[in-house]
Design a binder for this molecule. Structure first.
Ligand code: ZN
Length: 336
């Protein structure tokens, strides 16, 4: 983590911004680092943390990797780098309120080693109202060399009072060509386009979905989706089988396929998938399905996914409803 090249290319521009701010003495007290899953927020936060604690950073602010600060950092024992995350082993989805209070107390905010003190909230969305209140007090009266680093996938979900006190740095996905070149260098070529799309353009997430079996699960789900269109499967049974996997993801997949179909129906542009037979089946569907109907169904599935995510609706019911309506839309259009 110490070499400059350890940051992947799409993190170089945000790194330069951070480094320049630091060189000009304009490092903020609170930084909101936003970006999709797999964009490298944690990586950038660690790199910045190590750099601020390093005694001899190089000309571009990268940590040296050899000094005492770097050694402590890499051993995970630096007293001035505090990483606050949900206690996942305890099954919690929240950052503990007492951990936030403890980290934000006046005494605790002073550096142990006489330099920077960095608190990382990973992710900031995992704080509850009380935790935000504790943090807000600190943001209102920042101490000299303290940096609060808030990581967020959905920054808009954080309280406005918190957001307005943070400088914002957003990590946007790189262009597809650049991301594909990087993935190829990591050894991922065959499934790269599909993985990258599934990961919403985030390269690290693309690597993960290609390696953790999500890509295969999605291909199987697409097979079921096409069987439903052909009237050869039962939507309720398919929903049940999918719920045993990850229902939230499946709903997003369905929304994605319907959006692909609507685009294909409008522009005759085939979706970028690996299996040409699947592409053929999707294109055949696109020609016989009503674009307005597809668009309505897409909006409905997106709404159902949001309801399920907000826990107003059971994921299985959301999935079942989506698949029943998908089968119905195809049935109304007549046999393919
Ligand atoms: Zn160092």
């Amino acid at each position: 983590m110490d070499a400059p090249e350890s940051l992947p290319f799409w993190l170089h521009p945000p790194w330069r911004r951070l480094y320049q701010a630091r060189a000009l003495g304009r490092m903020p007290h609170a930084l909101l680092l936003s970006g999709g899953r797999g964009m490298g927020k944690e990586m950038l936060a660690r790199h910045l943390g190590q750099s601020l604690l390093c005694q001899a950073p190089d000309g571009e602010g990268h940590p040296c990797g050899r000094c005492r600060g770097c050694h402590l950092f890499r051993a995970g024992t630096h007293p001035d780098f505090v990483w606050l995350a949900p206690d996942t082993e305890g099954g919690s989805r929240e950052i503990r309120i007492d951990a936030v209070r403890e980290a934000c107390m006046g005494e605790a905010l002073s550096s142990q080693a006489g330099g920077y003190r960095i608190l990382v909230f990973a992710p900031a969305e995992a704080m509850n109202r009380h935790a935000f209140n504790a943090l807000l007090k600190t943001l209102e009266e920042p101490l000299g060399d303290t940096l609060m680093l808030l990581l967020a996938v959905r920054a808009e979900r954080l309280p406005a009072t918190i957001r307005s006190r943070c400088q914002r740095l957003h990590l946007a996905p790189p262009t597809e060509d650049a991301a594909l070149a990087w993935l190829a260098a990591q050894g991922l070529e065959v499934d790269a386009v599909e993985a990258l799309r599934l990961a919403a353009g985030a390269p690290l997430a693309a690597l993960e979905v290609a390696r953790d079996g999500s890509l295969q699960a999605r291909r199987e789900a697409l097979g079921d989706f096409l069987e439903l269109a052909a009237g050869r499967a039962d939507p309720v049974l398919v929903a049940e089988a999918w719920t045993r996997r990850q229902p939230g993801l499946s709903l997003n997949w369905i929304a994605g396929w319907i959006a692909d179909l609507a685009r294909a129906a409008a522009a005759r542009q085939p979706p970028r998938l690996r299996d040409p037979r699947v592409v053929e089946s999707l294109m055949a569907l696109a020609t016989r399905l009503d674009p307005a109907g597809l668009h309505r169904l897409w909006r409905r599935v997106v709404r159902l996914a949001a309801e399920a995510e907000a826990r107003n609706l059971s994921p299985q019911l959301a999935l079942e409803t989506s698949l029943v309506e998908w089968a119905r839309l195809c049935h109304r259009a007549g046999p393919g």
